[in-house]
Design a protein around this ligand. Structure first.
Ligand code: 13P
Length: 253
């Protein structure tokens, strides 16, 4: 099996003034000393250029939290991949908060994934079930549907990144167990294997997200099908995020 480079990604969501974000970037100094992990942070669109400048020599990648699929056009309030590409190399797509609160459909996401790849952005495609779906025993059916529709007719590059974020674990302090997370990530890899091929599936990076902290990050990253973390709240604290990144590096060494 080819070695997959793990990822430590921080989703800052709609948080932080310019001053707070500056301080957070300053606090990330030294994160490049943690070897063998790709580090990504996703600030708000308004702060992308600022954070890109601040982190220019840090080795940290910068991501948008969303984007429109079209390269330009009459889409008031949206940001295009062409615009994003000027300040960021990565983009989160299909976060559950976008699916839930902004009615993002699988069809729109499929267009976004294709467009991001065409514009040489590295997507982090987020998938995951809601609590009622898990309780009904539908977790795998939900993941199967999301993966099939979001990746339909996509040319998948090696190392493509998918984040498994069970909605019930996001911002609740109630993380999935490592067994639940591993089972879901293994299932996602199996779906990619079925839809593409086993060699491709072996290169895909699958992250766990949902109440990740420095204390549990290593346990998740030690699972065979979990290649890192997508972190919300704990990524707003530089020491916590560095701790999580170090824990991932240690688990994968
Ligand atoms: P928390 O780490 O705050 O649970 O958020 C996870 C998340 O939504 C990352 O995208």
């Amino acid at each position: 099996m080819s070695k997959r480079i793990p990822v430590s990604a921080g989703n800052w969501k709609m948080n932080g003034t310019n001053a707070e974000v500056d301080a957070l970037c300053d606090g990330l100094a030294g994160i490049d000393q943690i070897r063998g992990v790709e580090v990504v942070v996703a600030p708000s669109f308004l702060q992308l250029a600022r954070v890109s400048d601040k982190l220019a020599t840090s080795g940290v990648h910068v991501a948008g939290q969303n984007m429109h699929a079209a390269a330009s056009g009459a889409f008031t309030g949206e940001v295009s991949p062409t615009q994003l590409r000027e300040v960021a190399g990565w983009v989160l797509l299909g976060h559950s908060e976008r699916r839930q609160h902004f009615c993002e459909s699988e069809e729109a996401l499929n267009d976004k994934v294709r467009s991001a790849l065409e514009h040489r952005l590295t997507p982090i495609l987020c998938v995951g079930e809601q609590l009622h779906e898990r309780e009904a025993g539908d977790t795998e059916a939900v993941l199967k549907r999301q993966i099939a529709l979001d990746l339909d007719e996509i040319y998948l590059p090696d190392g493509f990144v998918i984040a498994y974020e069970p909605v019930w674990a996001i911002g609740t302090g109630k993380a999935a167990s490592e067994v639940e997370a591993q089972d879901a990530c293994a299932y996602i890899r199996d779906r990619v294997s079925q839809l593409f091929d086993p060699a491709k599936a072996n290169t895909i990076r699958i992250l766990y997200g949902g109440s990740v902290k420095p204390e549990n990050a290593g346990t998740f990253a030690a699972q065979p099908d979990i290649d890192g973390a997508l972190v919300g709240g704990a990524s707003l604290d530089a020491e916590s995020f560095k701790g999580i990144t170090q824990a991932i590096a240690d688990a994968k060494r």
